[in-house]
Design a protein around this ligand. Structure first.
Ligand code: BGC
Length: 417
């Protein structure tokens, strides 16, 4: 072969491989609300994995903890006929979106990847609509945590409270020593996050299920719910004056920096401690929210894919779904995010003690019947009902509403469809 022939052959080969490459490359536009330090690091891992598969990642990040802003933006895009490739959606909303007929069926990818065998039933059932997978889980977060700065407690001579009855004594000591007892961000979903831990701690898992999942009218207006509101009001006394509107990760920073003693937040807060180089057991403690030892409020993050017209776009979705379910991703993502893998077969060796505790508690609570869905994080009831209940909780936290008035409003809100 002469030089020209050789060069031509090379050029043809290159053109061919480029053609193959571009046929495989797909752009995936992914809507999510992971914008804090720990969250951004975690989602960055997914982006890397997709790029390694030759797909291009178009980031569609909508800031706002808890995802309310993201959901508003998503609805507008879908209504305008311009749905992204994938979106972070969870809980009963997955079924609501599937019911609209806009979600892609992921069952072929799920079958090839043996998802049914890899996922605990509480996770897999939440991902399905009429027996088919329409969502892919990234993790399991636990919400009923209390994040503690042990140095602050030590300086104040306070003991970490194990029950809500013990809570005021500890919080008073922190306050007297000049610390903010509770780091809190006054946004409706954050108020609701504290409230659900209070309901669980005051009433126990059965009461939580009856009131927050089954929306039993009797439970919602019971003496136990009155006690929960009284306790919630008591916690309100211990937040600082600037709490209104504060983002959750800024509240976590207050604990990290030793300005505040504790925060009630799901374990995405651990992602912030980790990103700041802090070590659990030394720099901070992860303890059960008062009265909730052995109970587990779960919050599963997941992605749905919107139906696509082109084969290339569908391929991008399949790549994304299988990347998310890969053991490598489930490990690296959750090491950064603070949650535990959704897959049962991922080893916990590299995880810290908080994640190991979460993993043990997840399995034990599932057996004991004390594994409950987080209502504040949209896992328990339909979105409209969640919103109506959240409104009552926030109004109560930010007004002089009495507990007796609150239970009546709560019961009415629970009837919202
Ligand atoms: C999500 C977490 C997220 C948190 C704060 C929760 O609802 O499940 O993944 O980190 O909101 O934005």
């Amino acid at each position: 072969m002469n030089c020209i022939q050789h060069k031509t052959k090379l050029a043809v080969a290159m053109a061919l491989s480029l053609a193959v490459f571009s046929a495989q490359a797909a752009e995936v536009e992914v809507l999510h609300w992971w914008t804090s330090g720990g969250e951004a690091k975690s989602v960055g891992e997914l982006k890397k994995l997709m790029q390694a598969k030759g797909d291009s990642w178009k980031d569609f990040a909508v800031s706002g903890g808890g995802g309310e802003n993201a959901m508003t933006v998503l609805k507008a895009r879908v209504v305008a006929g311009d749905a992204p490739t994938a979106a972070q959606i969870k809980g009963p909303s997955i079924q609501e979106w599937a019911n609209e007929g806009v979600l892609a069926n992921l069952s072929a990818v799920a079958k090839a990847g043996h998802w049914d065998a890899q996922l605990p039933p509480v996770v897999s059932s939440a991902m399905k609509y009429q027996g088919n997978y329409v969502a892919v889980p990234v993790n399991v977060h636990r919400v009923n945590w209390m994040w503690v700065n042990p140095a602050v407690f030590k300086k104040a001579g306070a003991t970490v409270p194990k029950t809500w009855a013990e809570f005021p004594a500890a919080a008073d000591k922190l306050q007297k020593a000049g610390f903010i007892p509770v780091a809190h961000g006054g946004q409706p979903w954050q108020d609701f996050t504290i409230f659900e831990s209070v309901v669980l701690g005051v009433g126990g898992a059965d009461f939580y299920k009856k009131s927050m999942v089954q929306l039993d009218q009797g439970a919602l207006q019971s003496a136990t719910m009155l006690k929960a509101f009284n306790t919630f009001r008591m916690v309100r006394k211990y937040v600082d004056k600037d709490f209104s509107g504060r983002d959750w990760n800024l509240a976590t920073q207050m604990v990290i920096q030793g300005k505040a003693g504790m925060q009630f937040m799901g374990d995405w807060a651990k992602g912030e401690f980790a990103a700041a180089g802090k070590k659990p057991g030394a720099d901070y403690l992860c303890v059960d929210a008062p009265g909730t030892k052995g109970d587990f409020t779960y919050n599963i993050d997941s992605f749905v894919m919107f139906k696509q017209k082109s084969a290339e776009a569908t391929k991008g979705q399949d790549d994304l779904a299988s990347a998310i379910m890969s053991p490598e991703f489930q490990e690296i993502f959750n090491l950064n995010k603070g949650s535990i893998p959704a897959r049962l077969d991922v080893k916990m060796d590299k995880f810290d003690d908080c994640a190991k505790k979460s993993h043990t508690d997840f399995i034990a609570s599932s057996k004991a019947g004390t594994l409950v869905p987080s209502i504040a994080h949209q896992m328990a009831v339909p979105a409209a009902t969640t919103g109506a209940i959240q409104d009552v909780v926030t109004q109560f936290f930010n007004s002089e509403m009495t507990s007796a008035q609150a239970v009546v409003k709560l019961a009415a809100a629970a009837r919202t469809k």
